[in-house]
Design a protein around this ligand. Structure first.
Ligand code: PLP
Length: 359
């Protein structure tokens, strides 16, 4: 039987999607072969790929002047795609530092250009995001980068930064598709698939088309957004299975009522879990209320010596992957779109019982 999976990524996928993929695995739509065994240029695969793109466009109301790319390399490779493609004739970019993932993006960008830290919450131990008024933006920067949800710290922006004419770039790996989004506010949105989109190995990039075609001369062909845009993400063999499965997830999201409906469920799931943490002295979460992530909920036990017992007993209760990131310890429950509300209910109940026995 499937258990409740709170993994931060690769993360839970909707059971209905996995069941459909299983049903289609050996013989996709009566073609006598698997989708994985088909040419990416076949009519069949091209129709799967373009339907997936259309469904994503529908879900996020992506305007026509944006290209959607289905790439490989993970969100981490985007950390170098960005300066290589977006600097143009500028030599600096603004970065907002809110934790582990912003820092990694910053470190990579520093190999290519001057990085201005427009704001950092490091002195607040990354327990919050900066407010708009705290951003020190350079009007000559090539772009402004931020991480809308810090997967490890559990810190989520509660607003979209305003950056004037400077394109806004966002790492949305861990909260894309969790609520409605005004794509027109962004120059580039990128996300590794393995949290809210599909299996690992696929990276989705949504890019405004006026930002294409400015890559540095040294940019590797496979890291040039314009090359991928022109080739409909088929300059080489794309990650076909991941693309197909993402398409199934997009259809599932539409069946659930789209991102607006997901946002309501996600808000309910998160508030149940934070309420359980806040109502007890046994559990704690340090993040500022306005920036508490709806996707990744880190929490500590009053006595860290009980961590391993908590993990053992929760696993035995069918609640998997609650261990915090190795860099911070404690616990973390990732409650992405595909994690059902029943999983959160079961976790909340387990936490209360655990406190009763060990508190
Ligand atoms: N950015 C964020 C916010 C993440 O959570 C992750 C997580 O895995 C990454 C980037 C790195 O993604 P990838 O492993 O796809 O390179």
């Amino acid at each position: 039987a499937r258990k409740f999976n709170f993994s931060a990524g690769p993360a839970a996928l909707p059971e209905a999607v996995l069941a459909q993929a299983q049903e289609e695995l050996l013989d996709w739509h009566g073609n006598g072969l698997s989708i994985m065994e088909m040419s990416h240029r076949s009519d069949e695969f091209v129709s799967v790929a373009s339907q997936a793109e259309q469904d994503l466009r529908d879900l996020l109301s992506i305007p026509d002047n944006y290209k959607v790319l289905f790439l490989q390399g993970g969100a981490t490779s985007q950390f170098s795609f960005l300066p290589l493609n977006l600097l143009g004739d500028r030599n600096s970019a603004d970065y907002i530092n809110t934790g582990v993932w912003s820092k990694k993006a910053i470190a990579e960008a520093q190999r290519y250009c001057q990085v201005n830290i427009a704001a950092t919450t490091e002195s607040e131990r990354f327990f919050c995001a900066p407010e708009q008024a705290q951003l020190q933006l350079d009007p000559n920067a090539a772009y402004v980068h931020y991480t809308s949800n810090e997967t490890i710290g559990g810190v989520e922006f509660d607003y979209i930064p305003q950056t004037g004419d400077v394109p806004l770039v966002v790492d949305m790996s861990s909260n894309i598709l969790s609520s409605a989004l005004d794509v027109s506010k962004f120059g580039v949105i990128y996300a590794g698939a393995q949290k809210n989109i599909g299996p690992a190995g696929l990276t989705v990039v949504i890019i405004r088309d006026d930002l294409l075609g400015k890559a540095q001369a040294m940019t590797p062909t496979m890291m040039n957004y314009a090359v991928h845009a022109k080739a409909d993400s088929m300059n080489n063999t794309p990650p076909t299975f991941g693309w197909y499965l993402a398409g199934l997830v997009f259809q599932w999201l539409k069946q659930q009522g789209g991102v607006e409906a997901m946002a309501q469920t996600n808000a309910r799931k998160a508030s149940k879990l934070y309420a359980a943490i806040d109502s007890s002295d046994f559990y704690a979460n340090p993040v500022a209320l306005r920036n508490r992530s709806r996707m990744n909920v880190p929490f500590t036990l009053a006595d860290a010596a009980l961590d391993s017992v908590f993990l053992e007993e929760s696993k035995a209760a069918g609640l998997l992957n609650l261990e915090g990131h190795r860099s911070v310890g404690g616990m973390r429950a990732s409650i992405y779109n595909a994690v059902p509300e029943a999983a959160v209910d079961a976790l909340v109940q387990f936490m209360a019982e655990f406190e009763r026995r060990h508190g």
